[in-house]
Design a protein. Structure first.
Length: 306
């Protein structure tokens, strides 16, 4: 972090001395909230919930981010700067609650802090699986450092066109970076493995959010996964898109997806013969809106869509 190269931005700032790069994060982890989360994929949430740690700030700038309260409002997150030892305590506390796993949400810019916290927590008894829940914009070299540590990778694959990713997420090289990252994640952990209770213990689940006007490039993305990664890879196809944050300024993303758009992506999914995973019911999309003003459980008290 003295010349930060943790993510593909390669900002080169000295975070140890308080310099801030694109993610606006310093030397200490910033945890906006943590809870037993019941809204993840069934094999992640199970019956007791996923021990979810929501890190603040982000290395992308998605105009429609549903977590924008914590991902893009870094000034308001200063009060959530914590210590590595406190992060270790959080993990152990979630395990004590009975959570099935520790789920690091938006971890890409805090990998060293996570590893330091694990060095403290594992000798104290942390033993449940670790989930790396990411936007997919991860540096290949950083992922190599996680080999043998992360049990379950839960990446997004947001786009199939860099012009689109630049316009809506200020990320000009997303496609190649994310695809390379997912290949490395799959090399490390392989296809999804479940225990006797149907809970994930190892493997990759790729999330793909359907966007209006085919902007996510769903056909290209699903075809690439089937042909270039694995026809058995677990897919979580998400229909929960809401025109949040700055989306209202862009008519092409300023609406929910239509039933026709949804059905078209389902047809591609079936044609690609990707049979493992989950398909979100478009009628349940409201259930996935968080409110990070509620730091104890952002998913209990929903806020109205702006």
């Amino acid at each position: 972090m003295s010349a930060c190269n943790l993510c593909p931005r390669q900002c080169g700032v000295n975070r140890l001395e308080g310099e801030l790069g694109f993610c606006r994060s310093g030397a200490q982890p910033v945890v906006s909230s943590f809870c037993a989360h019941h809204g993840e994929e069934p094999v992640i949430s199970g019956t007791q919930g996923s021990g979810t740690v929501f890190f603040a700030n982000c290395n992308m700038r998605c105009l429609f981010c549903q977590n924008f309260q914590i991902s893009q409002n870094w000034a308001a997150q200063q009060s959530n700067i914590t210590s590595v030892s406190a992060l270790a305590d959080v993990m152990l506390g979630l395990q004590t609650q009975g959570c099935h796993n520790i789920n690091f949400v938006s971890p890409s810019h805090f990998v060293p802090q996570i590893l330091q916290a694990l060095e403290l927590a594992v000798p104290r008894g942390l033993k449940i699986p670790l989930v790396y829940n990411t936007n997919g914009y991860d540096a290949f070299e950083t992922l190599l450092e996680l080999d043998g540590i992360i049990d379950i990778y839960l990446p997004d694959l947001k786009y199939a066109d860099d012009k689109v990713s630049q316009k809506y997420s200020l990320t000009s090289d997303y496609v190649q970076v994310a695809r390379s990252a997912i290949k490395e994640m799959f090399r490390q952990t392989g296809d999804l493995s479940l225990d006797a209770n149907g809970l994930a213990v190892r493997g990759v689940i790729v999330r793909h959010l359907i966007l209006p006007n085919k902007l996510a490039g769903s056909h290209e993305t699903l075809t690439w996964l089937a042909n270039q990664v694995s026809s058995n890879i677990a897919i979580s196809l998400m229909s929960q898109y809401h025109p949040l944050h700055m989306a209202y300024l862009h008519p092409e993303i300023g609406r929910r997806i239509t039933r026709r758009e949804y059905d078209s992506v389902l047809e591609t999914l079936y044609d690609s013969e990707l049979e493992n995973g989950w398909i979100q019911d478009p009628q349940s999309a409201e259930d996935y809106l968080p409110n990070f003003n509620d730091t104890e459980n952002p998913f209990e008290n929903k806020r109205p869509s702006p």
